[in-house]
Ligand binder design. Structure first.
Ligand SMILES: Cc1cc2nc3c(=O)[nH]c(=O)nc-3n(C[C@H](O)[C@H](O)[C@H](O)COP(=O)(O)OP(=O)(O)OC[C@H]3O[C@@H](n4cnc5c(N)ncnc54)[C@H](O)[C@@H]3O)c2cc1C
Length: 473
């Protein structure tokens, strides 16, 4: 404790740099961006969890994800793609399994760059290694295993879980769906609104060697009565599998051998999970997916900025969370390079332009999550999307004006079309989905697209959105 107090005094004296709360994809790439485009900047990155390079996650935190062309574009911009890609598996192959039958929905197309399948920890580890290789310790401090607990936006200070008070010139909230920075903005910033909602259903994660019945270089979606398995390959012939369910937890109270036998019967291609995989399931509490929407992503007075899941989350359900988090940083970098003089606060210089560019994107992604429409329009939508997918692949080789636009999922995962544009292209379906969405999927308030303030008034969206809109659970 005494050591922490001394550290606190020493640190308080030397603070004043950019503080990043959260060492996930958004926070670490933001550190890369700020250090590389502001030679005067000092950055300190805090994360409540320990360094993923020395303490790898187990259970729900051990999940893998897919980095598509969006995330790849951002990583390439910072010269990080090769370093990250070598920690994962490159493959676009996707199989949908029905009992013992399999339907291949995507293949590795010659000439196209496949999706990078990588554990979130491996992604963070690669970004951390590159940060330390590129920047001197005088400019970069890593405080992994230290949570930001309180933020005083008025005094530009935050307090860590060890009681250290840290002053900042800018505070980047990249601390995920339960962001402490967003919490502070909710309580202290004028006209800021956020909606936080849990999606129905729960999941657990387990990792084991790839079963012999499955292609070790493909993603596999496997349905069973009452639950599903979604497997993503990892390096070293392993699969990271999400066991997801909507209503009652499958196998609750059953012995390991019964669970193994049930999965082997329900999902024959997967077969019985290993004893180690069953132990991972037993040791885990079910996790939930949470969505986040905010009326803006910056607070000029508090010099705070939100990135990634802290600002917008679809709970991992669309496969765009990490991709869009990385794109947030690409947008931030472009703004910083265009107009943020050295020494000036990042948020004061570009915060508003950042909200104007990225908040409508985050909101559009949440709207796309509401698809397909519920009720009688669900089937027509599904048929229309399948027909569009077929027509798009048949016309792919034709000149651009003759090509059929791909379906929503392909635009999301195989293009860099802005999310707001995908919504505009599918306006009628999205409107129908929003009308039919159950109240809890809307959250408890309307969050509108951010618009820059009028000369004499507050931001239009912030003025229209109810403040204090926050629902959890
Ligand atoms: C099962 C699952 C599958 C997914 N699949 C995909 C996919 O295929 N493609 C995709 O693009 N996205 C996917 N996602 C979503 C993706 O993981 C997230 O959107 C992405 O990690 C967001 O990055 P982030 O840096 O904003 O937040 P996070 O990755 O959540 O990182 C936030 C960090 O902040 C830290 N933190 C939290 N509170 C504090 C605090 N008070 N102080 C300091 N540190 C704090 C946390 O420990 C964490 O390390 C998936 C998510 C899940 C759960």
């Amino acid at each position: 404790m005494a050591a922490h107090f001394l550290l606190s005094l020493a640190y308080a004296a030397s603070s004043g740099g950019v503080v990043i709360s959260g060492a996930g994809p958004a926070g670490l790439l933001a550190a890369h961006a700020i250090l590389s485009c502001r030679p005067d900047a000092r950055v300190t990155v805090f994360d409540r969890r320990p360094d993923p390079r020395t303490a790898s996650s187990v259970g729900a935190r051990a999940y893998s994800l897919g980095i598509n062309v969006r995330g790849r574009t951002a990583l390439q911009h910072f010269g990080l793609w090769e370093a990250v890609a070598q920690r994962g598996v490159l493959s676009s192959k996707f199989f949908l399994h029905f009992g013992s039958r399999a339907l291949q929905l995507r293949a590795n197309q010659p000439g196209s760059v496949p999706t990078l399948l990588i554990s979130r920890d491996a992604l963070a580890a690669a970004l951390l290694d590159e940060l330390q290789a590129r920047h001197a310790p005088e400019r970069l401090q890593l405080r992994l295993g230290t949570a930001i607990q309180n933020v005083d936006l008025r005094l530009h200070q935050c307090t860590t879980a060890f009681g250290e008070v840290i002053g900042y010139t800018d505070l980047i909230g990249a601390d995920g769906v339960n962001s402490a920075v967003r919490g502070a903005m909710h309580e202290q910033a004028d006209g800021f609104a956020a909606s936080v909602c849990d999606l129905p259903g729960r999941y657990k994660v387990f990792v084991q060697p790839c079963p012999p019945g499955l292609d070790p270089l493909a993603v596999h979606a496997m349905g069973a009565k009452g639950y599903s398995l979604f497997s993503i390959p990892k390096r070293g012939n392993e699969l990271c599998t999400l066991l997801a369910w909507r209503d009652d937890e499958p196998f609750a109270g059953r012995a390991d051998h019964e669970i193994a036998a049930a999965i082997a019967t329900d999902v024959p291609k997967y077969g019985a999970p290993t004893l180690a995989a069953l132990a991972q399931l037993r040791a885990q509490q079910p996790s939930k997916a949470t969505t986040v929407r905010c009326s803006r992503y910056h607070d000029p007075r508090g010099r705070a900025l939100l990135l990634g899941d802290a600002a917008h989350s679809t709970g991992g359900t669309l496969g765009q969370g990490a991709n869009s988090a990385l794109l947030d940083v690409l947008a931030l970098d472009a703004l910083l390079r265009r107009g943020a003089p050295a020494g000036e606060s990042v948020v004061e210089a570009v915060g508003e332009a950042f909200s104007a560019a990225q908040q409508p994107e985050g909101l559009a992604l949440w709207q796309l999550l509401q698809l397909p429409p519920r009720g009688p329009l669900r089937l027509p939508y599904t048929v229309a999307q399948a027909a569009r997918g077929l027509a798009a692949s048949l016309t792919r080789a034709l000149p651009q004006p003759l090509r059929v636009r791909p379906p929503v999922q392909a635009l999301l995962s195989e293009s860099t079309t802005p999310f707001a544009q995908i919504v505009a292209l599918n306006r009628a379906w999205v409107d129908a989905a929003l009308r039919g969405a159950p109240a809890e999927r809307h959250g408890s308030g309307s969050i509108l697209p951010f618009a820059s303030p009028q000369p004499n008034g507050p931001p239009a969206a912030a003025a229209a959105a109810p403040t204090g809109t926050r629902k959890t659970g």
